[in-house]
Each structure stands twice: as structure tokens, then as C-alpha cells.
Design a protein around this ligand. Sequence first.
Ligand SMILES: Cc1ncc(COP(=O)(O)O)c(C=O)c1O
Length: 390
Amino acid sequence: MLTLDEADKLLMIPGPTPVQREILTAIAEPTISHTSRPMADIVERCLEGLRAIAQTERGRVFVFGGSGTLAQEAAVVNLVAPGERLLVVSNGFFGDRFVPIAEAHGITVERLAASWGESVTGEQLEERLAAGKVRAVALTHVDTSTGVCAPVRELAGIARRRGALVIVDAVCSFGGAPLAMDEWGIDVVLTGAQKALGVPPGLTILAVSEEAWQRRRALPRVTSYYADLLNWEASMADPQVYFSTHAVNLFYALRAAIEIILGEGLNERYDRHERLARGFRAGAEAIGLSSLTGWRYLAPTMSVLAYPTDVPDERFRSELGRRGVVAAGCLGEFKGRGVRFGHMGNIDQAEIVQTIAAIEDTLLALGRDIEPGAGLAAAQRAMSRSAVAG
Ligand SMILES: Cc1ncc(COP(=O)(O)O)c(C=O)c1O
């Protein structure tokens, strides 16, 4: 078998995702002054586009160099003061990450966690919040470790009614799964660039409600300088104002990505994600790889699949890689038991077909007794059926 260059493989991990050529070439444009008028126009277009994707009229949007973890930290420190209580609703590894982040800033953390593959329910949240008031609740829309898509609309509504501010980590959903910040009563939506937005890694993105902004203003100080959103306020209102150098070329990429997303249309994009997810899982299931995620909570952006008993994790992924597809190992309780695939951002049916074909070929190479083509047939049937169904 020919040895493939890593850059020629199809990146089907749950982020970073494959980057469209027009986004990549945008990055290669000459770097301009971070405080120039043309740069400010680009930043403003990005902020406006992100507001549209977050579905917020009044939300303030912040974008700066960083990652999803920095966005989690920024959300926490701007809303919750040291000594106050944060309730972390966790559906896996990334939900849990809010705990050390908050503790590093002297915040008192309570954790309400689901078993792996399931989600904390509205009832459980209601019960916990009835037992004592918290300043904020941190939710994860899609936890990338378990593939669980939480019922965020319901959970956010409950938290809000109990007087808590609502933080939603949308790193693995933003731009790929429906999320309506204003309508659902979310105070902070946070994400990075590298997943369903389809941009290379390197940006921290937050949308902040008016209530959350008033809260930040009421805090005498926060325990961060770079992540203090008040320090970014003037620069986001007028991007020619300097606070810290804009990530110039990544903004070029983000603008190109936003044009693709809004050009496709949000609802069309969400439908495409649903259809690809259904096709991918139908194909995988037909060749013996079922979801580790509970059926109620399957995410449109990614899947976590269980291995049949005699399939060794590292061998499977390295053989799959030799066949041109990159998948991710599992984390935490699922480590070694399954494999994670992303199907989000700017991919389409062709990439799903390629991935299922590579999985089939890998399983055959590992000696599994599967019917060649069974996965492909199931995937294609599911995708064309849901396309007709609309
Ligand atoms: C749901 C979720 N939250 C937070 C993060 C952390 O983001 P980053 O790796 O960009 O710091 C990730 C990363 O995969 C994630 O999937």
C-alpha cells in the first residue's frame, strides 16, 4: 500500500475539520495592519456574521486569538466572582473541564454529571437548582468525548427561571447544530474556530447577552487580563482601537467561512449535518459499529462508535489512516472501547462515503467477517432517503 502524506488524508476527527480551499487561500493573503480600516471592516463583518449564527440581536460578540478552552475560561471569569458558586452540568470530558478552570480562579464549583453517553436531564437540573442558588450554570451543547448533544434549550430555560446565568460551550456544535441564543435564554455562547465553522484552530469566540454584560460591568475586577472582556470592549466596538493585536490572517479565514455558512443558509446547513450524521451512523451500524452515545442524545456533528469485541483501537485507527481517513481515539471512560468521528463543517456526502468505504476496508483487513459494500449501501440509502424526505 502506498504511504500517504498526513496532509493528504481526510480529517474525520471531531475537530479540527477539513478546511475548504477558499478559506485556506484567504489565510495566505498578505497580512495588513491590525488597526487599519480594511482590517476593521473584516472584523466587523465577522462579528455580524457570528451574531447571525448565534441567532442573537443584542448579543456582543468577541473574537480574539486563542482556543475553545480560553473561551470557556473567559466565560467563567467574566460572570462568576471568586467565592461565588458555578454549577457545572457535565456530559463528559469537556464539561468536566469547566471544573479546574473555575477552581483556578477561586470559584466554588458544584458538578452535576451524567453517566457516559447520557445527558443530565431537566428534572435533575431542576432538583439541583432547587437545593441552592448558583450564580451561573455551565452547559456543553455537544460534548466531544461522548458525542452527547444535550437538550440545551430545556436546560437553559430551567437555569434561567432559577435566576442563574447560562453559559453554553458550543465548541462542537456552533455552525453545525441549531442554537438560538436569544430565544433559548443563553447568556454566553462560546466556541473555537476549528470545528463546524471549518476554520483552522486559533480563535476564541464568545457571544454575550446584555444581562451577562451588566454582570461583568458590576464586577470590580476579574482574575484575568487577556480574558477580561471589558478590556476588549472598545476594540470590538471599533476594531481600529488597539487592545491586543487581531489575529489578522485568521480573521480572513473566518470571514471566508462565514460567507460559506450564510451563503448555504443556517437551516440548510443544519439539515445537511443531520442527513450526513444519519447516513454515517447507518453505514457504520451496518458493519457492526454501533453508537456508544445514548440514542436520545446523538449529535448531528460527530459520532462515537463502539468497536466489535475483537477490534484493537490503535490498530484500527492506524489501518484506517493508511486508507486515507483520520479518526480520533476515545477519552475517559470510553478510551479503547470506541472511536470518534467528526462529520461537521464543510464536508458532504462524498466524504461520508469515503469514510465508510475506508472503515469497511479496514475491518476486512483486520479479518472481520463483513459483507463488502454493506456499510456503503446503508449510508447511501439513509442519505438519499432523508434528502427526499427533506
Ligand atoms: C466541547 C469542547 N469544549 C471545549 C474544547 C476545548 O477547545 P480547544 O481544544 O480549542 O481549547 C473542545 C475541544 O475539542 C471541545 O470539543
